[in-house]
Each structure stands twice: as C-alpha cells, then as structure tokens.
Design a binder for this molecule. Structure first.
Ligand code: G4P
Ligand code: NA
Ligand code: NA
Length: 191
C-alpha cells in the first residue's frame, strides 16, 4: 500500500535497530483517513473469504480492525489483556509470550462472543514474532470457529512471525512488508 509505505518512510523512526516507531499515525496518535484506507485494503484482500467477524487484541490493533470491520459490515471483537471483573467462567483464555518483555500474558474473550459458525479475520497493527496472532488463532479454534485470514498493517519480515503463520497454513496478507531496519534505514520488500 503506497500511501502507508510513504507515511512509514516519512514519519517512522527506527529504535534499537529492530523496532519501528509509528506513533504519529498508528500506535499513539491515529490518522483516521489513513486508517480508513488501511481498512479498505484489508477488507478487499479478504472480500471473498466469507468473513463474519473481525478479531484483534487491544490496544493498537483496534483502529485498523474497526475500519476493516466497517468495510466488511461485520462486528469487531478485541481480546482483552486485563481480566474483566464481569468475565464468565466459560470465557476463552490463552497465554501469549512477549519476546520483547520475556513474559507470558493472559488474554481473554467473553463466552459466546465467538460461535462455531464464525469465519474470523484476525487484524493486527504489527507482525513481529507472530505470538499475538497465534494466540488469537488458539482462541478462535477453542471456540470451534474458523480462522479465515490474518491481515496485518506492518509486517517485520526479518522476524519469524510471517513464516510461522504461513507454516501453520493461515492465509496472511500484510499491507507493508519491511525487509530491514538496519542502519536506521527502512527497506521494504519489493512487491
Ligand atoms: P508478536 O506478537 O508478533 O510476537 O510481537 P512481540 O511479542 O514481539 O510484540 C509485542 C508488542 O510489541 C505488540 O504490541 C506488538 O504490536 C509490538 N511491536 C512489535 N514490533 C514492533 C515494532 O517494530 N514497532 C511497534 N511500534 N510495535 C511493535 P502490544 O504490546 O500488544 O501493545 P499495543 O497493541 O497495546 O500497542
Ligand atoms: Na503495538
Ligand atoms: Na498489536
């Protein structure tokens, strides 16, 4: 997606040689016009997948997920990182490993939010090691539903998340694929 790549080049900064900071339009301040275009492109990519629901994880996945759900006219569900007081005993939960923090964190989805007949599109802002996306696939599969696709705004292709998701057989589509952040240079995979 050309507009997204342009914004990443112009406004993104590289931290510690493998982290891309994009808090002007995605991770802190959100550009709704850009997010609308992101949602349109992700929805187009999965237009024929029979999606009934979009699933993401709070907080930064919510903006692109909401715009994708708007385009597809389906509900948008986000997994919660803090256990809600009101959670049912039958809620879905799994632990997700964070490579950056070296800890496992639980995430939660209320009982009944995902049904067996659902075909779910996972949306996330970043794909790095793939642990967040894989955690969401576990919750979907626990509920007996189908993972119909995974749509990503920014994929760091030099980390192993993409290949893990491909190997697991999921249909992955990323709008911007970053080949390298070395020497503070943002290089995209040519597509
Ligand atoms: P993984 O899910 O692909 O395995 O990712 P990892 O554990 O490495 O990343 C943990 C958090 O860091 C996630 O956000 C993820 O989106 C974010 N992240 C990973 N790489 C980058 C990067 O290069 N730039 C930015 N800006 N974020 C990155 P989170 O902790 O779930 O937080 P949030 O959604 O509340 O923002
Ligand atoms: Na994030
Ligand atoms: Na995220």
């Amino acid at each position: 997606m050309d507009e997204l790549k342009k914004r990443i080049q112009e406004e993104g900064t590289v931290i510690q040689s493998d982290i891309l900071k994009v808090d002007r339009f995605l991770n802190h301040q959100i550009d709704p016009v850009l997010m609308k275009q992101v949602g349109k492109k992700l929805a187009e990519a999965f237009a024929d997948a029979g999606i009934t629901k979009v699933l993401t994880i709070e907080s930064s996945g919510i903006a692109p997920a909401l715009m994708t759900g708007l385009e597809l006219s389906v509900p948008v569900l986000f997994a919660r990182k803090k256990k809600p007081l009101t959670l049912n005993e039958g809620a879905l939960t799994t632990k997700i490993y964070s490579y950056t923090k070296k800890i496992h964190n639980s995430v939660y989805i209320e009982e009944g939010m995902i049904q067996e007949k659902d075909r779910i599109l996972i949306i996330d802002d970043f794909l790095a090691n793939g642990e967040a996306s894989l955690g969401l696939t576990r919750l979907i599969e626990m509920a007996g539903a189908v993972v119909a696709g995974i749509g990503i705004v920014i994929e760091k292709s030099f980390q192993d998340g993409r290949s893990k998701l491909d190997e697991a057989g999921y249909s992955v589509y990323s709008l911007a694929r970053i080949a390298s952040l070395e020497n503070n240079q943002i290089t995209f995979i040519d597509e």
